[in-house]
Structure formats: structure tokens, C-alpha cells
Design a protein. Structure first.
Length: 122
């Protein structure tokens, strides 16, 4: 299977799942959710969907709620896409932003230490 086709299907899944979350899962208790990435298996039978949740404290709640609605999400997705099989969906929390914040904090700390060192040198 060509990577171009896999990329196109992943983009389609991301777009359609975003629309489903926006239009069908209008639950204000979930807060702001973004689908950051979709990784499909080469046979399109499985897909990993990565969610970014704005409120870090709600991550477990959001993941639980999404998994409880998995059948309806998959059913809605199947009606929207034109594939032989609708992939099995597995949702994960995307913690990339946490990693970025951690690295940013470390860099700031290094610069603070540099500033302290330079002021002691003067």
C-alpha cells in the first residue's frame, strides 16, 4: 500500500472525526478537544486517534467519555467515509504539549542560570 494513500486516508479520518466531535458530541463538560493526529494501519482496519485536551485535569474524563461513545462515533464515521471497512478506533491522549512545556521550562531555567553566572562574573 502506498504511503500517499495512507496519508490521504489518515487526513480524511482526521477531518471527519473532527466534524463528528464538533457536530455530534456537543458535550460542554468535555471542554476543548482537538484531534492532533491519526495513524492508520496499512490495511486500514485499525486507527490510532490522538486527542489534545485543553484542560489537563479533564484528560481521563474525556478519554473515558469518548470510549463510552465509541460505537456511535464509529457508526457515524462509517456513514461518512467511503472505505471497504471502517477502522477500529483507538483513542489516546496526545501529551506532546506537555513535553514542549517541559523542554521550554528547562531552557528557561538554563538561561536563568546563565544570567546568574554572567552577573557573578561582572
Amino acid at each position: 500500500m502506498s504511503t500517499h494513500r495512507i496519508d490521504k486516508v489518515e487526513k480524511l479520518l482526521k477531518e471527519e472525526l473532527s466534524n463528528i466531535f464538533l457536530l455530534k458530541l456537543r458535550d460542554t463538560s468535555l471542554g476543548f478537544i482537538t484531534i492532533t493526529n491519526v495513524k492508520a494501519s496499512p490495511d486500514f482496519k485499525k486507527a490510532k486517534i490522538y486527542l489534545s485536551v485543553f484542560d489537563k485535569d479533564k484528560r481521563a474524563f474525556v478519554l473515558e467519555k469518548v470510549n463510552r461513545n465509541l460505537k456511535s462515533i464509529r457508526s457515524e464515521l462509517a456513514s461518512r467515509i467511503n472505505l471497504k471497512f471502517c477502522p477500529e478506533l483507538n483513542f489516546y491522549i496526545d501529551d506532546t504539549q506537555d513535553y514542549v512545556e517541559k523542554i521550554d521550562g528547562l531552557i528557561k531555567k538554563i538561561h536563568e542560570n546563565d544570567n546568574e553566572f554572567n552577573s557573578k562574573q561582572d
